[in-house]
Design a protein around this ligand. Sequence first.
Ligand code: 1HE
Length: 268
Amino acid sequence: MAIQIDKSRFSNLAVEERDNGVWVVTLNRPSKRNALDIDTIEELVEFFSLAPRAGVSVAVLAGSGDHFCAGLDLIEHHDEDRSPADFMHVCLRWHEAFNKMEYGGVPVVAALQGAVVGGGLELASSAHVRVMNETTYFALPEGQRGLFTGGGATIRVTDLVGKARMIDMMLTGRVYQGQEAVDLGLAQYIVEGSSLDRALELADRIAQNLPLSNFAICSAVSHIQNMSALDGAYAEAVVAGVVNTQPDARTRLAAFADKSAARVRPND
Ligand code: 1HE
């Protein structure tokens, strides 16, 4: 039997189950612009540790209020006056949460509005699909705060926008928004109005795929990117061996063969 997710264990996150195994995970500290304190990170670790074994088909990650996430909780960080070792361990918990998201096999669709900055961008870049709207903006203000990224931006944001833009964002505090942000790869979708509505539509669509296919897409691609081309090609063949022979795929293949399955067509 699948593991149960006990919603009452979450307070900095609001977690809600919808149809088709789609869960909405909402950063729920709007008065703090959803800044990431230690408790929020621990709740993300917990949710994304359970999700792959709890029948979560897709997780939609959202932020309550006008802003998705203001990054590291700067007030907590100031008040704790952490040692280097303490903050290293904080960062390792961020990595635990974000690696669970990226490599866990559950598709994560982020619905972005307002500020997606600092650690908020590190969180968003751990999702597989990002939907922004006309209010969304991306920045890495670490340089201005006397800080450095610690939640994986050097890897994931650099993967999205390239090294030169990443370094420029950190040095100058440059803000990206609108279509330019999509063109650079910071989001795959831009909508007028509710990014959450669009994220939910995409989640419903993704949930129609077979779970094992989604698992492979949302774990194998990232793992294979970390390998040499030779080992990656081998791993891809092994994953395809398992996924492409799954019994549940046979009805889909049969539907293609008998011409009842939808064909791939250009958009209208
Ligand atoms: C916060 C935080 C926060 C807001 N930590 N409390 N991140 C940043 O450098 C971004 C810092 N935040 C901002 O630039 C702005 O707050 C926003 C653009 C996100 C929103 O502006 P605004 O005008 O809507 O809100 P505000 O008046 O600035 O803040 C409202 C409250 O949220 C206020 O608390 P209050 O109790 O005084 O009402 C703020 O203190 C609080 N708040 N942002 C804590 N970040 C692993 S290393 C990662 C390194 C980083 O992420 S560095 C980037 C940090």
